[in-house]
Design a protein around this ligand. Structure first.
Ligand SMILES: [Zn+2]
Ligand SMILES: [Zn+2]
Length: 78
């Protein structure tokens, strides 16, 4: 089983129709994803995945940029 690594996203690979992407192995790309996702409690493991809901056009090449904290301006005030 796998849950999306993005904070506040409750998508499971079993339940949702979205695809799940592993973190890039390339260190630069990987760190880029980590800073974009802004998860504070822990870093990604080998099994961490991000669902395609966070990618423009559901394309892994676009990097994960679609999050609640970006879409909803109110969450930025927290
Ligand atoms: Zn997600
Ligand atoms: Zn999703």
């Amino acid at each position: 089983m796998g849950m999306c690594f993005v904070p506040d996203c409750k998508h499971y690979s079993e339940k949702q129709t979205c695809r799940f992407f592993r973190f890039p192995l390339n260190k630069t790309e990987r760190n880029r994803w980590i800073s974009l996702i802004r998860r504070k409690d822990r870093g990604p493991s080998h099994f961490s995945k991000v669902c395609d809901c966070h990618f423009i056009d559901q394309d892994k090449k676009n990097e994960p940029t679609l999050f609640d904290f970006n879409i909803n301006p109110a969450s930025l005030a927290l």
